[in-house]
Ligand binder design. Structure first.
Ligand code: F6P
Length: 453
């Protein structure tokens, strides 16, 4: 039988499997995430004036629907089609549900489908209303966590300033050895930014977020040992070969992770290794903290604002403004091209990219490097199934490595699911012996590369 959403290349990860992160997610994390959304809606309701009766009433109905959704999950009720609407992706969801998961419930459907379906339903519950259609129920969390990340944000802003103004040598006006070191450093800032994912932080305080980030900076020096597969050296060779390349960045979380990704993208442009970088975001709020157009624009505005980091010194504010105005110039000059596509929020694995989103695929094939950030992108790349941890990365990403004309693919992800491929023999056993839950702790990462065909 051909590979399909109910028949991945290996048995699917499923929440029915009790000793897995999929199970913990369905049992504990989904209800918590829904509670946070409901709280957020009530916070907004409470801030409305008495004249906004319609919005208040509609908001209460949304909160009730989401409470019902939480109950459906907790009671392991069957998944039901999403109400038809003008949204371009509902037919896809209902087709996949009816064709592959008819009669399945929140636990017995694949983890990937059930989880995408959850975030899609949360969005529909808001999008199909009059007053809340463009409301992002995760925005408050994104905003708070970005503010709490100030110390690391400013540290990185200073660093990129130094790096960009560093003297260049040789005929090409570049010092390749220094560039290689900088490349490794900035790639790791982008990589470890993925550890602070809000969907994982339902129970974390902002102090803990800060700790994670400062550990992230310190970890930079000793982080190599937690990158279980590190293809950065190969990627660097590839970049040197390509020179002045088109690159694509399939973004993950907004806020701190996006900031780190853009710092990396900034240097790639400034150094001339990239001529243009296409930034791919989500068209709807997704997996709590994923980047949308609004988040992207908000980041630029925030870095330029005098009020958001009101406690920052004038010098610090100036360095953030300088950064944001340089970034703005990349947008104006089409060196950074922002784009979004419903394929990224579909329930499909990237094994189906060419057939499900042919135009997007054809466009990505023009790229010299397609970088996939984060855990969900990784899950989708490898079809979210029980690969042996030693399975080769290129086998696990299927057609994206082997199809004729497949683009060069790089994944940079901290592990937040029961899923690692491409590990050396013995690594899984060594870590199993010392650390329960190491696969999904966010502490271990992989940077894996396929040069395409
Ligand atoms: O933002 P990321 O890195 O894609 O992570 C998304 C999160 O959602 C999950 O995919 C499932 O909840 C986790 O595996 C991961 O923590």
């Amino acid at each position: 039988m051909a590979v399909n959403p109910a028949n991945p290349p290996r048995p699917a990860l499923q929440a029915t499997d009790k000793n897995t992160f999929a199970y913990i997610t369905a049992k504990k994390r989904w209800p918590e995430i829904l509670e946070k959304v409901i709280d957020d809606i009530y916070k907004t309701i409470n801030s409305l004036g008495p004249l906004e009766v319609d919005k208040i009433q509609e908001g209460k109905r949304i909160a009730d629907s989401l409470t019902e959704l939480k109950y459906q999950i907790q009671q392991k009720k069957p998944l039901i089609p999403i109400e038809a609407s003008e949204a371009p992706d509902i037919d896809t969801y209902n087709y996949v549900l009816n064709t592959y998961f008819n009669g399945e419930d929140w636990y017995s459907a694949t983890w990937l489908f059930a989880e995408c379906y959850l975030y899609r339903i949360i969005h529909s519950t808001l999008a199909e209303t009059k007053q809340w259609r463009s409301y992002d129920p995760y925005f408050r969390q994104k905003e708070d966590s970005f503010r709490a990340s100030f110390a690391t944000i400013i540290e990185i802003a200073k660093r990129i300033d130094e790096l960009i103004s560093a003297p260049k040598v040789n005929a090409d006006n570049r010092d390749i050895e220094t560039d290689e070191i900088i490349f490794h450093e900035l790639a790791q800032i982008s990589l470890w930014g993925n550890a602070t994912d809000l969907s994982m932080l339902t129970n974390f305080s902002f102090d803990e977020v800060k700790k994670l980030q400062s550990a992230g900076t310190k970890r930079m020096e000793e982080s190599e040992k937690n990158i279980l597969v590190n293809d950065l050296a190969k990627v660097w060779e590839w970049i040197l070969k390509c020179r002045y390349a088109r690159m694509d960045l399939i973004l993950d979380n907004a806020g701190f992770e996006l900031y780190g990704d853009l710092v990396f993208a900034d240097w790639l442009i400034q150094s001339g290794y990239a001529r243009e970088i296409h930034l791919h975001a989500k068209p709807i709020p997704w997996f709590v903290s994923d980047t949308t157009r609004y988040d992207f624009d908000w980041l630029f505005q925030t870095l330029q604002s005098d009020d958001f980091f009101s406690f920052a010194s004038e010098l610090e504010k100036l360095s953030l403004k300088k950064l944001a105005s340089r970034w703005q110039s990349y947008i104006v000059n089409f060196q950074w091209i922002f784009t979004e596509d419903y394929f990224w929020t579909s329930p499909y694995s990237y094994w189906h990219l060419a057939e499900q989103a042919p135009d997007l695929y054809a466009d990505l094939c023009k790229s010299q490097l397609v970088i996939f950030k984060g855990d969900l992108n990784y899950r989708k790349l490898v079809y979210d199934c029980k690969w042996e941890t030693t399975a080769p990365f290129k086998e696990a990403i299927g057609p994206l490595a082997s199809a004729k004309g497949a683009p060069p693919v790089l994944t940079m992800r901290t592990g937040k699911s029961d899923l690692f491929v491409g590990l050396e023999k013995g690594v899984e056993e060594r870590l199993n012996a010392v650390e329960e839950g190491w696969m999904y702790s966010g502490k271990y990462a992989v940077v894996q590369f396929s040069e395409g065909t």
